[in-house]
Design a protein around this ligand. Structure first.
Ligand SMILES: *Cc1c(COP(=O)(O)O)cnc(C)c1O
Length: 824
């Protein structure tokens, strides 16, 4: 067949390609120059990935044409992070190629899963926020929405975590080491991004004055596209990741004082921008390079979106805002507001008013946290040196905004000071959240409680000014990765019971509810969990050398290590169980395997010390003969997406124990629920909605709620609580007596004195009694396995709301105003 006669659609079918096995052989041999016999695992992975990618390309091109032709409005998801993980099995499953891929690998004596293990995680994110962006793209493709992701192609992703004497050590993550078969470089769409220099005024031929940004240091942004396949729907969306490189002019122009070698060396400065992901979750560090990354992403992406729009609609940008929407994943890309203003005014000669009409109707902001240390603020001094023209624009946005404040609260100088984008002082700062609220038409929180707290607390004044901007979009996760792919046993069982429609639309999983009462179904459900526990136990053993026994409760807390998430509270409970065992008070105690995992930000001293304490406690407990199989504790190293894919199916108890009011939503909680774990948790973030959907009787609740937390803080006396409760007292005595730091005197003192401090932000001791009691309720509930399995089924069956498909459908309806553009 002459390929030029084929439509794009036809190219995507098997007609133009050989069978998958043939294609794997061809890539192994011709693309990779490899022997077909005794193929090295990593080459086999690459060949399979390339063969699968070939299957995506036709649908990918067709989707681009379809979206360009038919979408009346387009959405761009701007995020500094996309925590993708692996792509092979996701693509294979979404394209329904599992049997073909399995057969192709069989020829080499390999399994599909075994081969897939060779893919390095794309760890271009820290935790929940980055993983959310990845789930969202998957859901947008599933719903056939015209949404493009824009991000940064970090050369080094999230660091690799290793333990040395129980302490975290960070190693660089060179995930591109073996190349990335999922990306395609698009040099034709290269964009130029400017930094430094100064802003100057000039008059055009008609005597109208304008600003321009001159004497800049320029960097080039080169896009790499990754395919985002929908679920068996012939739609493949795009994630466009930018890499920074030097311009020729930059080398020779700016550095012409030096010689050739100096000019080449200058290339490094440009390439640094996308070299490494900042490993801070829920905290900001104010580094200039980080601001460069933010502006680099924003400027390249806006230029790209505008260039694309002009290709179809011509030079006039007055309608650009009506037909395009930018969703800002937290304030990290908040420069988009002034940058779009700059482009429209300085490069397209729009007036301020015209430009503001376009910009302010095209931007939407998602807030992810209430923690003050995570709210981005940039020093005006730094910002104006790096982005002088943007700084002018931000000040003008603020000047006009403060006039609105004056109109609403006449004569209230304090209100102006409080709401100003500029935080005044010796070293004035730009508040990026305020810039975002002012510049965006939508501000959303990520769980019902979180949105209410935004409206009543952090952003209360803005809520009074613009109530219509505020809305909630409770987070979700994709059931394709977090149930169908990671839990094949449960996928099969669910599909046998209710059909497979839940993979495209999770609301149908509620059909499982009546089966919770069916003893034979419960038995099958339990068998799948037992197999997943075995798989998890093997994985734990490989990675830690600790043996988990089959009959224990698998009790798991995996997430970034942070004080507000209270891994310490979990550990206090472990020490309490250990204390009971040591005292011979273990009657009726069900064996427990406690797994904790997560990375600490490299500069977060307390979090790193918590990692060390967990490891020290594990070391003592696991080596004490009196304990035996009753209690095992491990710190699982290098927690990441591919680890979670094995951990969550094998988990029975999901620990979601943050101080109420601190966890915006959580998404780990949803992955566990889908996979039939029961939650022990506080009334925080999406836990509240999980409990509502699952039923209070299928959830282990404990602790203060968000209203009680600030009241308790007012006269919090942890020492009194410790003295009054013998269980708590003994736990503190063990810890303070140095049982877990023999030969390392005093190393945990800051943690322990923190627990006793009346100023303890996290109220750990306040919730400890209630936590012990809830854990005891878990212990009792587990004794009735029939009932436990019933609760487990009901949790899975109630998880439909927590599909990111539901979340994205709401974004599309209520914020973006975009419709699906389905394949005919
Ligand atoms: C889901 C996920 C998270 C988010 O977990 P939370 O418990 O919601 O904080 C973080 N990291 C990875 C690798 C994940 O898969």
């Amino acid at each position: 067949m002459n390929p030029s006669l084929a439509t794009l659609d036809e190219l995507s079918t098997l007609g133009a390609l050989g069978n998958l096995g043939t294609e794997v052989r061809r890539h192994l041999n011709y693309t990779l120059g490899h022997h077909v016999k005794n193929a090295d695992q990593r080459y086999l992975y690459r060949a399979l990935a390339l063969a699968v990618r070939d299957r995506l390309v036709g649908q990918w091109l067709e989707t681009q044409t379809r979206m360009a032709d038919k979408a009346s409005r387009k959405v761009f998801y701007l995020s500094l992070e996309f925590l993708i993980g692996r792509s092979l099995c996701n693509s294979v499953h979404n394209l329904d190629l599992t049997d073909d891929a399995r057969a192709a690998m069989h020829e080499y004596g390999k399994g599909l899963e075994e081969t897939a293990e060779n893919e390095l995680d794309a760890g271009l994110g820290n935790g929940g926020l980055g993983r959310l962006a990845a789930c969202f793209l998957d859901s947008c493709a599933n719903l056939q929405l015209p949404v493009l992701g824009y991000g940064i192609r970090y050369e080094y992703g999230m660091f690799h975590q290793r333990l040395e004497n129980g302490r975290q050590v960070e190693d660089p993550d060179h995930w591109l080491r073996d190349g990335n078969p999922w990306e395609i470089e698009r040099p034709e769409d290269t964009r130029r991004v400017r930094f430094y220099g100064r802003s100057e005024l000039y008059y055009d031929a008609d005597g109208v004055h304008h600003s321009r940004w001159v004497d800049t240091h320029d960097v080039v942004a080169v896009p790499f596209d990754m395919p985002i396949p929908g679920f068996r729907n012939k739609t493949v969306n795009t994630l466009r990741l930018w890499k920074s490189t030097a311009t020729d002019a930059f080398d020779l122009g700016e550095f012409n004082a030096g010689g050739y070698s100096e000019a080449v060396a200058a290339k490094n400065m440009a390439e640094q921008i996308t070299m490494v992901l900042y490993p801070n979750d829920a905290s900001e560090n104010g580094k200039e390079l980080r601001l460069k990354q933010q502006y680099f992403l924003v400027s390249a992406s806006l230029q790209d979106a505008i260039a694309n729009w002009k290709q179809n609609n011509g030079k006039d940008l007055t309608k650009f805002g009506k037909e395009n929407c930018f969703q800002l994943n937290d304030t990290h890309p908040a420069c988009a507001v002034p940058e779009l203003m700059r482009i429209l005014m300085d490069e397209h000669q729009m007036s301020w008013e015209e430009a503001w009409d376009v910009a302010s109707c095209s931007m939407a902001y998602t807030n992810h946290t209430l923690l003050p240390e995570a709210l981005e603020r940039w020093s005006v001094a730094l910002f104006s040196r790096l982005l002088p023209r943007l700084t002018e624009i931000i000040f003008e946005i603020n000047r006009r905004f403060l006039k609105e404040v004056e109109a609403h609260w006449p004569g209230d100088a304090d209100m102006k000071r409080r709401l100003s984008i500029i935080e005044e002082g010796d070293n004035p700062h730009i508040r990026m959240a305020y810039l975002s609220i002012i510049g965006c038409f939508s501000v959303n929180g990520v769980a019902a409680l979180h949105t209410e707290l935004l409206k009543s607390g952090l952003f209360a004044d803005f809520y009074e000014l613009w109530p219509e901007k505020f809305n909630n979009k409770t987070n979700g996760v994709t059931q394709r990765r977090w149930l169908a792919h990671c839990n094949p046993g449960l996928r099969k069982l669910i599909t046998e019971a209710i059909g497979d429609s839940w993979e495209a639309d999770l609301s149908s999983i509620e059909q499982l509810k009546p089966l919770a009462k069916d003893a034979s179904f419960r038995k099958k459900w339990a068998a799948v969990k037992a197999e997943n526990k075995r798989r998890l136990a093997d994985y734990v053993f490989e990675n830690t050398g600790v043996q988990f026994s089959a009959n224990a409760i698998y009790d798991v807390q995996v997430k970034r290590i942070h004080e507000y998430k209270r891994q310490l509270l979990n550990l206090l409970h472990v020490v309490h169980l250990y204390d009971r065992i040591c005292r011979g008070d273990s009657e009726g105690m069900i064996p427990r395997c406690v797994l904790v995992g997560g990375k600490a930000a490299p500069g977060y001293f307390i979090a790193k010390l918590i990692v060390k304490l967990i490891n020290n406690v594990a070391n003592v407990v696991n080596n004490d003969e009196r304990v035996g199989d009753l209690l095992k504790v491990v710190f699982f190293p290098n927690y990441r997406v591919s680890a979670m894919e094995i951990i969550c199916p094998g988990t029975e108890l999901s620990e979601q124990i943050s101080t109420a009011g601190k966890e915006a939503s959580g998404t780990g909680n949803m992955k566990f629920m889908m996979n039939g774990a029961l939650t022990i948790g506080t009334l925080d973030g999406a836990n509240i909605e999980i409990r509502e959907k699952a039923g209070a009787e299928n959830f282990f609740l404990f602790g203060l709620d968000a209203a009680e937390v600030p009241v308790t803080r007012q006269n919090y006396n942890p020492n009194e609580l410790i003295a009054a409760d013998s269980d708590i007292r003994r736990v503190m005595e063990m810890l303070e007596g140095g049982v877990f730091n023999v030969g390392e005197p005093g190393i945990f003192d800051v943690l322990l004195s923190g627990l006793r401090n009346p100023q303890d932000q996290w109220l750990t001791i306040a919730d400890f009694r209630s936590f012990i009691d809830a854990q005891q309720a878990v212990n009792e509930a587990y004794k009735d396995q029939e009932h436990w399995n019933e609760m487990s089924i009901l949790n899975s069956a109630s998880s439909g709301w927590f599909s990111s498909d539901r979340t994205i459908a709401q974004y599309a309806d209520e914020i973006w105003n975009v419709q699906p553009v389905p394949h005919a």
